[in-house]
Design a protein. Structure first.
Length: 426
């Protein structure tokens, strides 16, 4: 009998970690395990073949996922059990007790079965699933969905574990979370980075934020932050005062949703939002899907890269229908002398929303919420953070972003710590 090599493993007797050897062979090129044979290949017949056979088959069936039994054959001969493992078609195989991570995934390397690296696991998933990124199994499986559940509840749509498969959050074959599950989970590792600049070349920071967590909470937080920088300016026509925001609120919303729904989540970079006095640029990773051109999307043609994510957003009424977002943004600027622009490269998509009020003589350039705070402080002298929330009917996170920005821009000063913070005019 041959000695151990990259395709042969010998075991003198049954050991619990035989599942690791089965996994390693199934994840590589297949191989053979001989139980009742010494490492040097000499026979060491088992005293109770039937009992050992039962323990091996139970271990393989109960310890390995996905099901590897169809790729496993057993032969009993002269006190020796031969386990023949073919290369599996649903890689990566892993120990159920460890999950889909290096401590649970093994590959064959020479005469040893070793833990696979995260990159090797990712590559096996990619080759095995052969589907879009959102449908592949997530490397992270300890996921929670508080933000997603809140978004569904807000729109009166059921969200429970029984719905996970139909939503695409869970793989229909093995009940593992998909990458879509990771994207909408509270553990989402993709972010939105927003920055406000003092110059049109975006070289001098005024303020910046990074929004993490579920894409649902990211959209809400990023939208609120952008709106803090959406000033209202006033001009007069005769005796009538006309108020106009720098950017149409709906245009900001649609551009942000477009970036989140259509970005390529196969890359780890963040969605970028750059804000200056002339424009808001929203840049997402991933160019157009193959077959579409810039002219196609300008004409309202859409082919979602993340179909399940787009469908989820459609059900929640975040988006009306595929292809409507860009056309809606353009229509919101129909009466403006400046128009949005779209720049597409093989790996990025940028939409620039121009400031409609750029060049307009300004009567009042203070955001409405700023003005409400200033008026209150002029009358009362000071206020707490709780009073700020009550005055503007906003949540704590938005209140924090608001007073930090007003402080940075020199409108107010904040003293104290924790819940005892006091806000006064500067």
């Amino acid at each position: 009998m041959n000695n151990e090599n990259e395709r042969i493993e010998c075991k003198r007797e049954y050991v619990d970690d035989i599942a690791k050897e089965v996994i390693a062979f199934a994840n590589t090129d297949g191989g053979e395990i001989y139980v009742g044979v010494n490492d040097d290949g000499t026979p060491a017949p088992l005293s109770d073949v039937d009992d050992t056979y039962t323990r091996i088959t139970n271990c393989v069936r109960d310890s390995v996922a996905p099901d590897v039994t169809i790729f496993t054959k057993y032969t009993l001969n002269d006190g020796i059990i031969k386990v023949d493992i073919s290369e599996g078609s649903s890689k990566p195989y892993y120990l159920k007790s460890k999950g889909l991570k290096p401590s649970g995934v093994y590959i064959r390397q020479g005469t040893s079965s070793v833990q696979a690296s995260p990159d090797q696991i990712r590559q096996m998933i990619k080759l095995s699933d052969r589907d879009s990124f959102e449908e592949m199994r997530s490397l992270e499986q300890a996921l929670t969905f508080k933000s997603a559940a809140a978004a569904f509840e807000k729109h009166g749509i059921p969200f429970s574990k029984e719905k996970y498969k139909s939503l695409g959050i869970v793989n229909i074959n093995d009940d593992l979370f998909t990458n879509l599950g990771l994207i909408v989970s509270d553990q989402c590792n993709h972010t939105i980075k927003a920055a406000v600049y003092a110059d049109e070349d975006n070289t001098s920071f005024i303020d910046h934020r990074e929004f993490c967590g579920s894409v649902f909470s990211q959209i809400e937080s990023a939208f609120e932050y952008i709106m803090l920088n959406n000033k209202t300016k006033s001009v007069f026509s005769g005796i009538d005062r006309i108020d106009k925001t720098d950017y149409p609120e709906e245009a900001i919303r649609e551009a942000l949703l477009n970036a989140v729904v259509h970005r390529d989540y196969g890359f780890s970079g963040s969605i970028i939002v750059n804000i200056n006095s002339k424009s808001i640029d929203i840049i997402s990773i991933g160019g157009l899907v193959p077959g579409l051109s810039r002219e196609d999307i300008m004409n309202g043609i859409s082919q979602p890269r993340n179909r399940n994510l787009a469908e989820m957003f459609h059900r929640l009424k975040y988006i009306e229908s595929y292809g409507m977002g860009i056309r809606k943004i353009l229509s919101l600027y129909s009466d403006s002398s400046v128009k949005p622009s779209i720049t597409v490269t093989p790996n990025s998509f940028r939409i620039s929303l121009p400031n409609r009020n750029s060049g307009i003589v300004v009567t009042s350039a203070v955001p409405n919420q700023y003005q409400a705070v200033i008026d209150h402080l002029k009358e009362q002298g000071s206020m707490t953070v709780e009073e700020l929330q009550e005055l503007l009917d906003i949540k704590r996170t938005r209140a924090y972003n608001l007073y930090k920005k007003m402080e940075a821009e020199g409108y107010i000063k904040v003293s104290g710590r924790g819940t005892g913070k006091i806000i006064t005019l500067k």
